[in-house]
Ligand binder design. Structure first.
Ligand code: LIP
Length: 271
């Protein structure tokens, strides 16, 4: 178990780094954004700011924590000798960033190996998610709670399924979106309403703050969930995979209060 002192240091490091990277991407957004490259589809875009922010984050973390590992969305990777690996999404909500919509975040998490917690075999122990457009800083550390702009946050509790506000998202390929459409059809008639903000990290932080009651998505990546999942669970939410025996991950990810998350899973996978 990591000491409180190390968890506090990792949390403050994460906060400092996402604030610097968030400030950078905010300035780059103001001067205009272009598509630099695409990945899984023509709509899965990369901007110069994605790459510039990731390079800045890696430099800042390397200066502070040279023995830590790196796993980053745009390709930076390093094996740790410290046992800590930083999982990095330089801009989560890249399409929102391109369209100048206010739901994009810098998301980083300090993680340790844990084969059972999430599908990628890691568990975040400290994390920060920063939305520079709304100036919202979400931070968390294991066993130390979660905050938004320094104020403690808690996920909603005891919300009946039919009165729950549920966030979700959709992938970049036609095949995946059609499969996600079918899943959405199982839920949309059973809940208060659906919200699609376009950033998994932000969705998970909204669950943590009780501003949506739950989130589900199929197809997100470890850098999408790593930080936001810790913020959500430190705020009292649970994260679920498709069954009690399969951890949350790219194939299936739910976050919410325990009762609601299990009800959503029953709808999505069938009880
Ligand atoms: C995004 C996720 C979001 C998902 C989008 C996209 P990106 O990540 O955060 O939940 O619905 O399709 O994958 O690509 O903006 O880093």
């Amino acid at each position: 178990m990591l000491t409180r002192e190390l968890l506090t240091l990792l949390r403050s490091t994460a906060e400092e780094v996402v604030r610097e990277a968030g400030t950078l991407i905010h300035h780059r957004r103001a001067s205009g954004v272009r598509v630099d490259d695409t990945k899984s589809s023509v709509n899965d875009i990369v901007t110069p700011a994605d790459r510039e922010a990731e390079a800045l984050i890696v430099d800042l973390l390397t200066a502070r924590r040279p023995s830590d590992g790196i796993v980053a969305e745009e390709g930076h990777a390093r094996t740790p000798s410290s046992g800590i690996t930083w999982v990095i999404d330089p801009i989560d909500g890249t399409v929102n960033y391109l369209y100048n919509l206010p739901a994009f975040c810098v998301s980083i998490a300090a993680t340790v190996e844990d084969p059972d917690r999430y599908a990628d075999g890691r568990r975040a122990v400290a994390a920060a998610v920063f939305n520079p457009r709304t100036n919202e800083m979400f931070v968390a550390a294991e066993r130390l709670g979660a905050t938004r702009n320094g104020e403690p946050i808690r996920a909603s509790v005891d919300v009946p399924l039919g009165q729950s506000l549920v966030a979700t998202g959709f992938g970049y390929t036609r095949e995946r979106r059609l499969a996600q459409h079918e899943l959405l059809g199982r839920v949309i008639g059973e809940v208060r309403d659906i919200r699609r903000f376009g950033s998994a990290a932000y969705d998970l932080c909204l669950v943590a703050a009780g501003r949506v009651d739950a989130y589900f998505e199929v197809g997100i990546q470890p850098w999408d969930w790593a930080a936001g999942a810790l913020v959500a669970t430190e705020a009292g939410a649970v994260t679920l995979g498709p069954s009690e025996h399969v951890p949350p991950g790219s194939d299936f990810f739910i976050a919410g209060s325990p009762g609601l998350a299990h009800q959503l899973r029953d709808l999505l996978v069938g009880s």
